[in-house]
Design a protein around this ligand. Sequence first.
Ligand code: 0XW
Ligand code: MG
Length: 369
Amino acid sequence: MRIEGISVYQHDLVVADGLYEMSTSEVVALDSTVVAVHTDIGLVGFGETCPLGPTYQPQHARGARAALAEVAPRLLGLDPRQPTVVYAAMDAALNGTAYGKSAIDVACWDLAGKYYGARVADLLGGVHQERVPSYYGIMPSTPNACADKASELVAAGFPRIQVKCGARSLEEDIASVRAVAEVLPPEVPLLADANRGWSQREAINFSQATRDVALALEQPCLTLADHYAIANKVCHPLYLDESADSVSSVMDAISSGLAQGFGMKISRVGGLTPMRTVRDMAAARGISHTVDDTWGGDILAASCVHMAASCLPTQHEGTWISEPYTSNGYPTITPALTNHDGWIDLPPGPGLGVDPDLNQWGKPVVEYS
Ligand code: 0XW
Ligand code: MG
């Protein structure tokens, strides 16, 4: 099987209720890029990349499409069943911009699955869980409103809760996280995610003020250096998210003992191929993590669920998908990936098990052949 052409599509995913708010950004619609990788035997594989606006990370939608313009022409003729060979060709064409390469990498795994008649999760090593736990990020509001939302989510079955911090005063963050902790059963993990919005002093003060609360701090500060500086002064486990931006940075954070967990985004490390390495490194040190992406529709959600299903349940803490937060998906032939009471079923495959309805997508924004 050889790659014959790559079509790139664009779709805006609109945020339900109008606004998704974090300390670092507010977004109302997400510009998603879908690639269709066409082969000489007629199979088509799909991948997607969808940065969470231009300020969540140093990634943006048009940057992804610019990266695809650099790498796509160099992939024609390659065998997509060999994702590491395709990856080497992408790296030879472009330094970095892993989030753009990620869409191609996922499409190659989709194609391999379709070729072999296997689910992507089977190809990633095997399925430990046919249903994966999800989690929900509660946006900043009053302590009572956050606690009410948490109660509603737990009653609905969500097995993990994250509270977005850093977008209001530290006192309000402390009060909201305390209010949520009071309504959570002890088995439901709680994360305080500042999305790099706290200074070192604020992160230390928050942690010391909530030292009696069982929670983990997720990406409290801006840089890796900030996290090294606060590591011995905070009272809670430290999870990296935005700073876990490559296999190499994850390796450093694990081997130095800095991180006790990760909020992992597949596209940030460059796709399923590098994420497989992250999964295995984390497992080797008993480190748990999520398997998410920054936003995206069913293709990205499916890639997360396949990877999550291939993780040990003790290692995989949850998979966030955008479906509860998005008011319009994009047209697919397959049933939409849905969060059922806080859990997500592994799509049956083959490949990712998600096929966009290209007849309804209009013309590609660009084609490489
Ligand atoms: C809650 N998330 C998984 C969704 C958004 O992409 C941000 C992210 C996070 O944890 O930062
Ligand atoms: Mg996070």
